[in-house]
Design a protein around this ligand. Structure first.
Ligand code: SF4
Ligand code: SF4
Length: 157
């Protein structure tokens, strides 16, 4: 996954997300697209019959609930090799489970970003202030047996 650790509005072309396709974005632009909601770091349960995906509040072992960020983003694959790296080409494959508010999904769907997105608000805190992020709401998968994840459901996707 991506995480906007390098949120620097000053170093990015103004409104680049409205002027460039996902494939045209630089690495820094791509990373800045992440709103920092943290929802893609939650474990999910998929209903095999309906295909519905439910988020749980059980987060990846590297997720820091207080900062709402990956604690080892740059070297995360050393510890969590299965962590997904979103790319313009892989979004279609993951679209069914990405949170509806995810900036990558929104732009792929040709929808605008929300006003609370840090690129629009100018503050990385706005995603938390708007109640979109999962900051302070998670428990670690290190502490919860996988058989008990369904006791921690958050929302359907
Ligand atoms: S769901 Fe999307 S916007 Fe939210 S943290 Fe993950 S990649 Fe970033
Ligand atoms: S390693 Fe875990 S916490 Fe880090 S980005 Fe991937 S899913 Fe999120």
């Amino acid at each position: 996954m991506t995480q906007s650790d390098r949120f620097e509005q000053g170093g990015l072309a103004p409104n680049f997300w409205t002027r460039k396709s996902l494939a045209e974005m630089s690495v820094d632009e791509w990373e800045a697209l992440c709103d920092g909601c943290g929802k893609c770091c939650l474990n999910k349960i998929e209903d095999e019959d309906s295909g519905k995906v439910f988020l749980t509040r059980v987060a990846c072992r590297l997720f820091d609930s207080d900062t709402c960020r990956c604690s080892q983003y740059n070297i995360r694959h050393k510890f969590v090799p299965e962590c997904i790296s979103l790319t313009p080409n892989s979004i279609p494959k993951h679209a069914y489970w990405l949170p509806k508010t995810c900036a990558y999904l929104l732009l792929w769907q040709e929808k605008p970003l929300f006003d609370w997105h840090p690129l629009i608000s100018g503050s990385p805190q706005s995603v938390h202030q708007a109640g979109i992020s999962i900051q302070g709401q998670t428990v670690s998968e290190s502490d919860i047996d996988e058989d008990d994840w369904e006791d921690h459901l958050m929302e359907a996707q």
